[in-house]
Design a protein around this ligand. Structure first.
Ligand code: AMP
Ligand code: ZN
Length: 648
C-alpha cells in the first residue's frame, strides 16, 4: 500500500465512522493501519495534507489569534411561539409570494467558521462578533468529521455547529470520574475555546455544517444544493432537512421534531427555518444583525419538579447574602442539577418556597437553572437568617437583599474580594484559586489584596505542603503577584471590585480619569457625565473612595508601586493596525471618548479621510468625509456597529 492509499483508506473508514455513523471495520483494524501510517511518516518525513495523523492536536497555544471572516457571519432572529412564527411567514410570503422553506435542527453548540482554499482546510474560527472571531484552527483540525480536503478548488468559508454528542459525553464522563462534564454544549464550547488542542481532540466533538459565508465559484443556488455540496465534501449535515411550503407545513415539521427531541443524541435548542432559494433570500435582505430570510424557532426551556432540600446562605464579595437552593438531584437539559440560586429573601417569599416540598425548576440550555416556584403545598418554612452565617455579625436589609455589615472581618467577603482582584479580567494573578486564597486567609493572615505583595515564598511553599512541585507552585504564585504590579488602569479599577463596575465601565473610567488619584476625588457630576454611569453607580464609586479602609489599601498598593495610569495602544485590540476616522456626532460618546476607546484597542485616529485610512465611523449629520470614504471604497460603520465592536 502506498502512503496515499493508506491515507485514503483511513479517511474512508473515519468517514464511515464519524459521518455516516456506520463503520465497516472494527476499531482494531483502523488502529493497525493507523500505526503503520505513523511509522511510514516517521521513516519518510512526509505527512500528506489530509493525513489523519494531523488530527492529534499540537502544542498548547499562548493565546488565540484573531480571524477576520471573509464575509460577515450573521446570528438568527428568533421567535418563541407559533403565533410569532406565523407572523414571520406571512411577512416573507407578502414579499415573495408562495415560498419554498427548509426546516432544520438548530444545534446547540458553538458556531465554527471553516476556511478552505484550493481544496484544503486552511483555518477555522469562532463567530465572535460576526466580523472577527478567534482563530481555532488547531483545535478544529482535531475534529474528525471536519474534512481536511474537499473536492472544491475555490476559496470558501463554511459554517457549522461544534457539538458534543450526548453519548460521547456519557462515555467521556465514564472515563473521567471526578472530572466530569456537566453539559454537552459547554463541553463543546469549552473544548474548542481551549488553548490546548489535545483537550479538543480528547473530547471527540463533531461539526454539523449548515451554511456558507464567503465563496468564490460555489454553484449552489439554494439551501438544498448547498447541503448536497456539503454532503459531497464528506461533511456531517443536518439530521433533519425538510422542505415546507406554508406555515402549516412548517408547524407540523416543528411538532414532529419537538416530539423526537428527547431521543436525539445531541442538544438542540430549536428549529431553523430558511428561505430555500438564494436569489429570493437577497430580495428579502438583512437587518444589521440578522438575515430576514431565516428565523430560529426556539423551544421552551425544559421544566421539571424536584424537592427543595434546604437553603444555604452564601456571603458574596459585597456582603450580600444569596440563598442557594439545595435540590434533590435531577436531570435537566442533559445536566444533573443539585443547586440553584434563589436571588434573595424576597424571591423566596414571592415564590412561596418551603423546605421539603416540591418546586418547579426550569432551565434553557445556556442559562443557569432557575427555581420558578412551589409545585405543592406544605413543607417547612425557610428561616430568614438573623446573623451572618459566616461571621455571626449583624445583618442589614437593603430592599429585598440582606447584607453582612462586617466587611472588614467577614471571611467569605475577604476571600472573594481577593479572588476577584486576582481574576482574569482584573489583575490576572494565576494560581490563586478560591481554595488557595482561603488558605492564605486562614493560615497566613492575609486580610486584603495589599497583603498579597508581602507574601513570603518559603512560607507559601510550606503552605502548599512540601515537595518540589509545591515550591515550584509557590515560586509561580510569587512571580504572578509581582507581575500584576504592571496591571493596566482599567483592569486595576475593575479589580477593586467597586459596586456595579464591570469591565466596560472600568475601561470608561480609566479613559476618562487617567489615574487612580484622579478617580479617587471624582465628583458625582463628573462620573455621571460618562455614558453608562448613572446615579447609583456614581454614588457607589464615591462611597468606595470615602471608606478609610479602602483608601488605606490603595495607599499601601501605591507605596508598593502599583499606581497604574491610562496608556494607549493594545496590539491585540479590535482596531489594531487600523487607521480610523470619526465623523458626525455619536450619541453615546464624545469625540474624545471615542478616540480614546479606539486608541486603547490598538487603532490610530486620523483627522481626514485618505487612501491610507481603513475605517470610518459615522455618526449623525456626517458630511463630506463620509462621501469621500465611500468614493474611496473605505469600510464605513455606524454607531451601532461601533458599539458592538467595542464590546469585543
Ligand atoms: P443564536 O446563537 O441563538 O443567536 O442562534 C444563531 C446560531 O444558531 C448560529 O450562529 C448558529 O451557530 C446556530 N445554528 C445551529 N443550527 C443551525 C442551523 N441549522 N442553521 C443556522 N444556524 C444554526
Ligand atoms: Zn459576615
Amino acid at each position: 500500500m502506498t502512503m496515499e492509499e493508506m491515507v485514503a483508506q483511513l479517511n474512508r473508514w473515519a468517514y464511515e465512522y464519524y459521518v455516516l455513523d456506520n463503520p465497516s471495520v472494527p476499531d482494531t483494524q483502523y488502529d493497525a493501519l493507523y500505526d503503520r501510517l505513523v511509522l511510514l511518516e516517521k521513516q519518510t518525513g512526509i505527512v500528506l495534507p489530509d493525513s489523519p495523523t494531523r488530527r492529534v492536536g499540537g502544542e498548547p497555544l499562548k493565546n488565540f489569534a484573531q480571524h477576520n471572516h471573509l464575509k460577515r457571519l450573521y446570528s438568527l432572529d428568533k421567535v418563541q411561539s407559533f403565533g410569532e412564527l406565523k407572523e414571520w411567514v406571512d411577512k416573507v410570503e407578502k414579499q415573495l409570494g408562495k415560498t419554498e422553506f427548509t426546516v432544520e435542527l438548530k444545534y446547540d453548540g458553538l458556531t465554527i467558521n471553516v476556511t478552505y482554499r484550493a481544496g484544503k482546510f486552511v483555518g477555522a474560527s469562532t463567530r465572535g462578533n460576526g466580523v472577527t472571531g478567534e482563530d481555532v484552527t488547531e483545535q478544529v483540525k482535531t475534529i474528525r468529521s471536519v474534512p481536511l480536503t474537499i473536492p472544491f478548488n475555490g476559496v470558501c468559508e463554511l459554517q457549522g455547529e461544534g457539538i458534543m454528542r450526548l453519548s460521547v459525553l456519557e462515555r467521556y464522563n465514564r472515563n473521567h470520574v471526578g472530572d466530569t462534564l456537566k453539559n454537552a454544549r459547554n463541553a463543546a464550547a469549552g473544548a474548542i475555546r481551549n488553548l490546548n488542542p489535545k483537550v479538543t481532540a480528547e473530547r471527540n466533538l463533531d461539526v454539523v455544517f449548515y451554511s456558507n459565508g464567503y465563496e468564490e465559484g460555489l454553484t449552489a443556488s439554494s439551501q438544498t444544493e448547498l447541503v448536497q455540496f456539503l454532503h459531497n465534501c464528506g461533511m456531517l449535515t443536518n439530521h433533519v432537512f425538510e422542505k415546507a411550503y406554508s406555515y402549516e407545513e412548517i408547524k407540523s415539521v416543528i411538532e414532529k421534531i419537538g416530539a423526537a427531541r428527547s431521543g436525539y443524541d445531541f442538544l438542540i435548542d430549536g428549529v431553523v427555518i430558511k428561505v430555500n432559494d438564494f436569489a429570493r433570500r437577497e430580495e428579502l435582505g438583512y437587518t444589521d444583525k440578522f438575515p430576514k430570510w431565516a428565523i430560529a424557532y426556539k423551544f421552551d426551556a425544559e421544566q421539571v419538579t424536584t424537592e427543595l432540600l434546604d437553603v444555604d446562605w452564601q456571603v458574596g464579595r459585597t456582603g450580600k447574602l444569596t440563598p442557594i437552593a439545595k435540590l434533590s438531584p435531577v436531570e435537566l437539559c442533559g445536566a444533573t442539577i443539585q443547586r440553584a440560586t434563589l436571588n434573595n429573601y424576597g424571591d423566596i417569599n414571592r415564590k412561596h418556597l418551603k423546605k421539603h416540598a416540591l418546586v418547579f425548576l426550569r432551565r434553557s440550555n445556556d442559562v443557569i437553572p432557575e427555581v420558578l416556584g412551589a409545585a405543592e403545598e406544605g413543607g417547612v418554612e425557610i428561616d430568614k437568617p438573623s446573623r451572618c452565617p459566616a461571621c455571626g455579625a449583624e445583618l442589614q436589609d437593603v430592599g429585598a437583599n440582606i447584607y453582612c455589615v462586617n466587611a472588614e472581618h467577614c471571611r467569605p467577603q475577604i476571600v472573594s474580594r481577593i479572588v476577584h482582584y486576582c481574576s482574569k479580567n482584573a489583575c490576572d494573578i494565576e494560581g490563586l484559586s478560591d481554595k488557595t486564597v482561603e488558605l492564605l486567609v486562614d493560615k497566613l493572615s492575609v486580610r486584603s489584596v495589599a497583603d498579597l505583595y508581602s507574601l513570603d515564598e518559603t512560607e507559601l511553599a510550606r503552605l502548599f505542603v512540601g515537595g518540589d512541585r509545591e515550591s515550584k507552585k509557590a515560586q509561580n504564585v510569587v512571580l504572578a503577584i509581582e507581575k500584576s504590579k504592571k496591571v493596566s488602569l482599567a483592569q486595576f479599577i475593575f479589580a477593586l471590585g467597586l459596586d456595579n463596575v464591570g469591565t466596560v465601565t472600568a475601561r470608561d473610567l480609566a479613559a476618562e480619569f487617567g489615574s487612580i488619584d484622579a478617580l479617587r476625588i471624582a465628583k458625582i457630576e463628573q462620573l455621571t457625565s460618562i455614558n453608562g454611569v448613572g446615579e447609583v453607580v456614581a454614588e457607589g464609586i464615591v462611597q468606595f473612595f470615602a471608606e478609610p479602609q479602602n483608601l488605606e489599601i490603595l495607599d499601601r498598593l501605591k507605596a508598593i508601586g502599583i499606581n497604574p495610569t491610562y496608556h494607549l495602544g493594545h496590539a491585540s485590540g479590535v482596531f489594531s493596525g487600523k487607521k480610523v476616522v470619526l465623523t458626525g456626532s455619536l450619541s453615546n460618546y464624545t469625540r474624545g471618548q471615542a478616540s480614546r476607546l479606539i486608541e486603547e484597542r490598538g487603532g490610530e485616529i486620523a483627522a481626514s479621510v485618505s487612501k491610507s485610512v481603513n475605517l470610518v465611523v459615522v455618526g449623525e449629520d456626517a458630511g463630506s468625509k463620509l462621501e469621500k470614504a465611500i468614493s474611496l471604497g473605505i469600510e464605513v460603520i455606524d454607531e451601532q456597529k461601533f458599539v458592538e465592536l467595542l464590546k469585543n
